[in-house]
Design a binder for this molecule. Sequence first.
Ligand code: PLP
Length: 368
Amino acid sequence: MRFLDLEKQHLLLRDTLEEAVIGVLRSGAYVKGEVTPELESKISQYCSMRYAVGVNSGTDALRIALKTLRIGPGDEVITTPFSFFATVESIVSVGAHPVFADIDLNTYCIDPLQCEKRITPTTRALIPVDLFGSLAHIHECAKLAKRKGLFLIEDAAQSFGAKESEITAGSFGDIGCFSFFPTKNLGCYGDGGMVVTNSEEYAKRIRLLANHGSMSEKKYTNICIGENSRLDEIQAAILLRKLSHVDDWNATRRKRAKRYTDALTGIGDLSLPQVFDLSHTYHQYTLRTEYRDALQAYLTDKGIPSIIYYPVPLHLQPALHDLGYRAGDFPNAELAAQQCLSIPVGIELTEEDENTIVSAIISFYKQC
Ligand SMILES: *Cc1c(COP(=O)(O)O)cnc(C)c1O
C-alpha cells in the first residue's frame, strides 16, 4: 500500500489523459495556446468567479495574489502557523511581514477570534488556509476581513471543489489560490496553479504579473516587473479531462473519511474529523493522539504508510527564526504538530486497504 498511489490513479483515466497529452504534443502549441484559456473558463464557471488565470504553481498563485494587491514592505499579513511552508513563504517573498494567529484544534484551521486579535493598523490582508480540505471558519474570516477593511486571499490549495452554502472554495475572498501539484485532489502531472477573482482589475494585473509585466496584445512591451509563471498546455489538457471527475473523487474521499470516523470513534484517545458534508474535500484524513509517534511506528511496522502534516509549525521553522517567535507562542499549532497523523484516504484505495488500516489502529490501542 502507498500513502498516495498516483500510478494507480493514472490508470483510472489512462486512455483519455494520454490522448490529451498526445493532442498537445502534436499541436505545436505548448505555452499560451488554446487549452489553458479553456480550462480557465471552466474553472471560473466551476467556482462562480468571473476570472481565472493559470499560473505555474500554488506558491506562485499566492505570491502573485499578494503582488496584485500591492502588498509588500511595511505591510502585515495574518496567516496560520499550521500549513505548508508556501503559505508564509509567499508573504515573506514579497517583502511583507507575516503575523501568525493560532488555529482551532477541532478543525486545524485559523481561529477567527485569534485572527482578529492580531490585527494592527498596518495589517493589509488575511490568508486563511482551507487546511486538509476544510472550509471551517473561512466564512467568518471573510466577514472579519470585510468588517476591518482587509483583503482576504484564500489558500485553497487543498480544498478544490469544497462548497459551503453554494460558495465554492477559492471564492470566499478577493482572490482565491489553487495548486494543481500532482498530490492535490485535482492534480496535474507537473507543477501548476490558478488564481481566481471577481475583479477585472485584479485579473488583468494577475495576468500581467505572470507574464513578465507584458500584455499579450502588446508583445515585447513590459509595463511592470513581473515574472514567468504560466500554466502550460500539457498540464491544462490533463486538468481539463480530470475536472469533470473531481466532484466524484471528493465524494469518494468524504465517504471513506466517514467510514474511518465511524470505525474509530471511541478507540483510545483518538480525536477524529467530524464533518462529512460538501465543505470538506478530505485532501487529508488526519487524526490526533498523544501516542502519535508510537502509532506511526506501529503502522509502519505493519506496512501501512502514514504522514505527519506538519511536523514543524511555521513560526518555529528555522527559515523564519528572525521573526522572533518562540515555542509556546501558538500552543494549538504546536500540539497539532506533535499529535497529528494523516492516514491514506486516496481514491485509489480499496475497501480491503481501508479495513487493514482500521484494524491496525484498533490493534495498536489494544496492545498499549
Ligand atoms: C500545496 C500547497 C501550496 C503550494 O502549492 P504548490 O503548487 O506546491 O506551489 C500552498 N499552500 C498549501 C496549503 C498547499 O497545500
